[in-house]
Design a protein around this ligand. Structure first.
Ligand SMILES: [Ca+2]
Ligand SMILES: [Ca+2]
Length: 401
């Protein structure tokens, strides 16, 4: 009965959203490609509905509510040790790890101190993109690229770190990427977003399931890293996750009140500037931008701060807890709410399309629980000071620009 009741509510909201979107700017389109939290996520959505009537009216019909994680099948210690052995074996086959120049793929760019307009009043208000507000930040450094599989492999090689997806034994993968053999084994699905499937054995080394590999994808962004995993990686690298304000300022590249890191035109001079979805999601992916799934972290032109793929390719974790309520007053170095249930992610992914997930914009945002992971979610790190080991590389890169 519960399911039918929920289905009716969803249907009503779906019809309502058509009525509303027909009257509003076409830019406030529905979305729902974000994925996949634990049980916390559902509770969080309910809390928001109780707190803010506007959120109920605008709630998208296809909010993905993922089932709880699969419990551990073995003791954690056994699982971790087994995974460490398996991972060491796989990583030892990556020749790129022995390349001295490839040891740490990422460089960092200095983001100057100053004030910028964070958020927007004109787009997806239910996500808490507004109000547009003045935010002042001290200078900081931001990773040039999304964290790559190669970097993550170095981290795992040095530390033996086992990700949450590996411990939980499952992660969410876009259905189109899963092999027929693996599809046949899956019995669970997320009713509200059936294109997301929990795949046993999907993790950063097996991005689309246990029969897939990151060989040949070492310069692509690492996938299936939870927020907790991302924090550990950044600590290892002598960095930290950016705040949402830092991420957004960095993505805007010094431009004020623009939709995208490069300006307001989605296709300037007809050029693809970002890895998103072309075609009708989720049935057709024409990959006109050159990529059906992730692209290399250095594909597409950088923004004016020298950052690549901030929007599109993969969503990126930031440190803030998620809220849709923001103080409209000017703020200095804001860090988001002190507590919360889910974390903010920024930038949209290769699964975003204007008609479905218009979130490959600088102000756009979404959320997931800190232990969740999926095949379109990654991160990049920030730092107050440039780590010593990067000083030479970054100086060289600047002189080449
Ligand atoms: Ca694409
Ligand atoms: Ca990105």
């Amino acid at each position: 009965m519960k399911v039918f009741k929920k289905a009716s509510v969803v249907l009503i909201l779906f019809l309502l959203s058509f009525v509303i979107s027909a009257e509003e700017s076409p830019k406030t389109e529905d979305s729902g490609e974000s994925c996949c939290g634990g049980a916390d996520r559902k509770e969080n959505i309910q809390t928001q509905e109780e707190e803010d009537d506007d959120v109920v009216v605008e709630e998208e019909p296809d909010v993905p509510v993922a089932p709880p994680r699969t419990p551990y099948k073995a003791s954690e210690e056994d699982t971790v040790e087994k995974k460490q052995r398996e991972n060491r074996k796989i990583i030892s086959t990556f020749k790129e790890l022995n390349d001295p120049d490839g040891k740490r793929f990422n460089s960092m760019q200095l983001i100057p101190q100053g004030t910028f307009t964070m958020g927007t009043d004109e787009m997806i208000t239910r996500d808490g993109e507004g109000p547009a507000r003045q935010v002042t930040l001290d200078e900081f450094y931001m990773d040039t690229y999304e964290v790559s599989n190669l970097e993550f492999a170095h981290f795992v090689k040095e530390t033996g770190y086992v990700t949450e997806a590996e411990k939980f034994t499952t992660s969410f993968v876009l259905e189109n990427l899963i092999s027929k053999e693996e599809l046949a084994k899956i019995t669970q699905a997320v009713a509200s977003s059936p294109w997301w499937l929990p795949v046993v054995g999907a993790d950063w080394l097996h991005p689309a399931g246990p029969d897939t590999t990151i060989k040949g994808l070492l310069n692509h962004p690492v996938l299936h890293a939870s927020w907790n995993d991302a924090v550990k990686f950044c600590e290892w690298a002598g960095k930290r996750l950016p705040t949402e304000a830092e991420w957004e300022k960095a993505a805007r590249g010094g431009l004020q009140n623009r939709l995208f890191p490069w300006g307001n035109k989605e296709y300037p001079k007809g050029q693809h500037m970002v890895n998103i979805w072309q075609g009708k999601f989720p049935e057709t992916n024409t990959a006109e931008d050159g990529f059906a799934a992730t692209c290399p972290v250095d594909a597409f032109p950088p923004n004016k701060y020298g950052l690549y793929n901030t929007v599109g390719n993969v969503w990126e974790w930031v440190s803030d807890w998620y809220t849709v309520q923001h103080d409209p007053n000017p703020a200095k170095n804001p860090k988001g709410p002190p507590t919360g249930q889910v974390k903010v992610k920024k930038g949209g992914s290769y699964m975003c399309h204007k008609d479905f997930c218009y979130r490959y914009r600088s102000a756009a945002r979404s959320e997931n629980s800190a232990d969740s992971s999926s095949s379109n979610l990654g991160f990049r790190c920030a730092a107050n000071k440039l780590p010593e080991y990067l000083k030479k590389a970054t100086t060289q890169e600047h002189s080449e620009l």
